[in-house]
Ligand binder design. Structure first.
Ligand code: SF4
Length: 365
């Protein structure tokens, strides 16, 4: 079916076994891509009651039906497995270019089971797949350093790299699958599942075109969408302030998580708002592949004790380390996010866990 590569690759890291298979048009029609593909595969493949950190867990990377095309917001990649945090359906979404690179390397779905005897990484280089030792990365390189290592080794700055940090390696149930300076698959402990398989990173370099149906019609509609996303009122708040725009909006309606969710209004919300962030700290905006919204706003601290921090702040990280902990100092929040990004920790779970600990302490528990 047009828009899809039609390919799934199944890798068993215990047996060092690789199966290349096809997905049917009916499967694409029924489950569409991304979320649908991941949910269906987990439903079919997971044995009941397995330990999420055992080799039997199934780790799935799935791209969307429009991935690899010029449609805005189509280049994300979803990561799925049984969650070691909830014991239920686990998933996270990575932003950037990875979904696009994965499709252009020739895959709609990557399914990983088993556990490698020693740390490894996977490099999907168009039709080739390399399974390489990651002994020199494991316990040594964080998410940013791993991306640099892979891109330097293969002399290609466009390689899409997803990796885990110390959190995933040590099976932290709030470990994420990360990407340098873009939103990681942070929820439900997908990094711990990668760690349990001794899988440090997956990387993609794709150069194949994705064929679309009704090409001229598709291009016309895509152009309309690009125009709307680039200049329409629907996306203005994300273009101007990123997701941090939600701080003041939610505070106004009493829905900003504050003091470990005891309150919905933070009296210092202005100090941690997207508007304050943009005015004082923002230095750059960047977009995922082919997306004109460019909602990823990067901040830099040029003075004070946190000088040198260069980090992307989203609404969720701001409420978790900010209002939820009653912290109204953006540089402190940026420092906390930088540490999480390097360790590969979910900023939301980390922040709200700290807020919970603070309330326990205050109540003498
Ligand atoms: S730039 Fe923002 S809106 Fe565009 S795909 Fe990335 S996360 Fe989504």
């Amino acid at each position: 079916m047009k828009g899809y590569t039609g390919n799934i690759i199944k890798i068993n890291l215990t047996e060092d076994k690789i199966i290349r298979d096809k997905i049917t048009d009916q499967f694409c029609e029924d489950y569409i891509g991304g979320y649908g593909f991941g949910a269906k595969i987990l439903w079919d493949e997971l044995e009941p009651a397995i330990d999420p950190l055992s080799p039997e867990n199934v780790l799935v990377f799935a791209a969307g039906c429009a991935g690899g095309t010029i449609l805005p917001a189509s280049s994300n990649c979803c990561v799925f497995a049984k969650s070691p945090l909830t014991g239920f359906f686990g998933m996270g979404v990575v932003h950037g270019s990875v979904g696009q690179q994965m499709k252009r390397a020739g895959y709609d779905i990557i399914q990983i089971t088993g556990k490698a005897p020693d740390p490894v990484y996977l490099f999907f280089n168009d039709d080739d797949l390399e399974i390489q030792s990651a002994k020199d990365l494991w316990g040594i390189k964080d998410i940013e350093e791993t991306e640099k290592f892979i891109r330097t080794k293969y002399k290609n700055n466009k390689i899409g790299v997803l990796s885990i940090g110390q959190a995933g390696e040590n099976l932290s149930r709030i470990g994420c699958v990360g990407k340098n300076n873009n939103r990681p698959a942070c929820r439900t402990g997908m990094g711990a599942v990668m760690g349990s398989k001794n899988l440090k990173c997956v990387a993609f370099n794709g150069s194949q075109d994705i064929e679309v149906a009704e090409h001229d019609n598709f291009m016309e509609k895509a152009y309309e969408l690009i125009q709307t996303a680039a200049s329409g009122p629907e996306t203005a708040k994300y273009r101007n302030f990123g997701t941090a725009a939600n701080v003041l909006i939610l505070n106004k309606i009493g829905a900003l998580p504050t003091q470990n969710f005891i309150h919905g209004v933070f009296d210092k919300a202005e100090e941690i708002s997207g508007e304050t962030l943009t005015e004082n700290w923002e230095v750059r905006r960047f977009a995922c592949s082919n997306c004109p919204v460019a909602c990823n706003h990067i901040s830099y601290i040029s003075r004070g004790k946190y000088r040198g921090i260069y980090v992307a702040l989203d609404y969720e990280s701001i409420f978790a380390f900010g209002s939820c902990c009653k912290i109204a100092d953006l540089p402190s929040i940026m420092k906390a996010v930088e540490l999480c990004d390097n360790y590969g920790l979910d900023t939301i779970s980390t922040g709200v866990s700290i807020a919970f600990g603070m309330e326990c302490f205050e109540k003498g528990i």
